[in-house]
Design a protein around this ligand. Sequence first.
Ligand code: GDP
Ligand code: MG
Length: 253
Amino acid sequence: MNVTTVFILGPAGSGKTTLVASFGKYLEDQGLRVCYVNLDAAVEDLPYTPDFDIRTYYTVDDIMKKERVGPNMALIKSVEYLLNYRDNITSFLKNVPELYDYVLVDTPGQLELTIFHDSSIQIMKLFTEIGRACGVFLLPSDIIRNVRDLAFLKLMALAVRYRLDVPIVTAISKADINPNVDKIIELDIESPEFLDKVEIEGVQQDLVREMWRIIKKLEKRQRIIKVSSLTGQGLEDLHSLIYEVFCTCGDLT
Ligand SMILES: Nc1nc2c(ncn2[C@@H]2O[C@H](COP(=O)(O)OP(=O)(O)O)[C@@H](O)[C@H]2O)c(=O)[nH]1
Ligand SMILES: [Mg+2]
């Protein structure tokens, strides 16, 4: 079997790092060999033991001291620094296809560091060269309070798909926190309740409706899955969905 790289993506605090640990453990329990990669130079503690950790080479604290910059600039520089270690990453990846079935890549806490900077895109490309790769974009249930929030997150997921040249699946994360999320995600623009639930009027209402149309047109149709690292809910679904991304049928509904 080919090695499969899964980039775990999503807004800050959406549960990426925690999912790398819980999903990795789930895959290992299925007898699969999992390689854990941390590309976040700002993280303090990890709930998994990384096989490759960018902090071996530098941390955001190091950059703040060395370059005499504040935390925001150091975060940006931390992504630019990635390219200085391109050879280290390439040489690490050389043996990965023989040793592992899955590579789980924990991306920087702030999503914009991953998608705005060419250096992270170039580094992610290295992983696509050793086997197949896809992304899981997390839509955290705790910030989905209404249709507008969901539309906004879905637009972000589309933007990520546009930036990264890999298939992207979406998953509602931290599903244990917000049980009402079901009522929101099942709402359909065609349903009579839709505009009531949007709870806005006039131009904004037209905007949300139009945004939904665009999302529905562009987003790859996929069944909705909900995951929780806390309870283990949905990890099996996530595994199936990732598997299906690469099967020839390509139908994720
Ligand atoms: N209730 C709940 N909390 C979670 C879950 N996943 C992550 N968290 C918490 O959400 C916060 C951010 O998680 P983290 O994995 O660091 O997010 P990241 O910034 O996307 O890597 C932490 O306090 C986690 O303990 C989950 O499935 N359920
Ligand atoms: Mg993280």
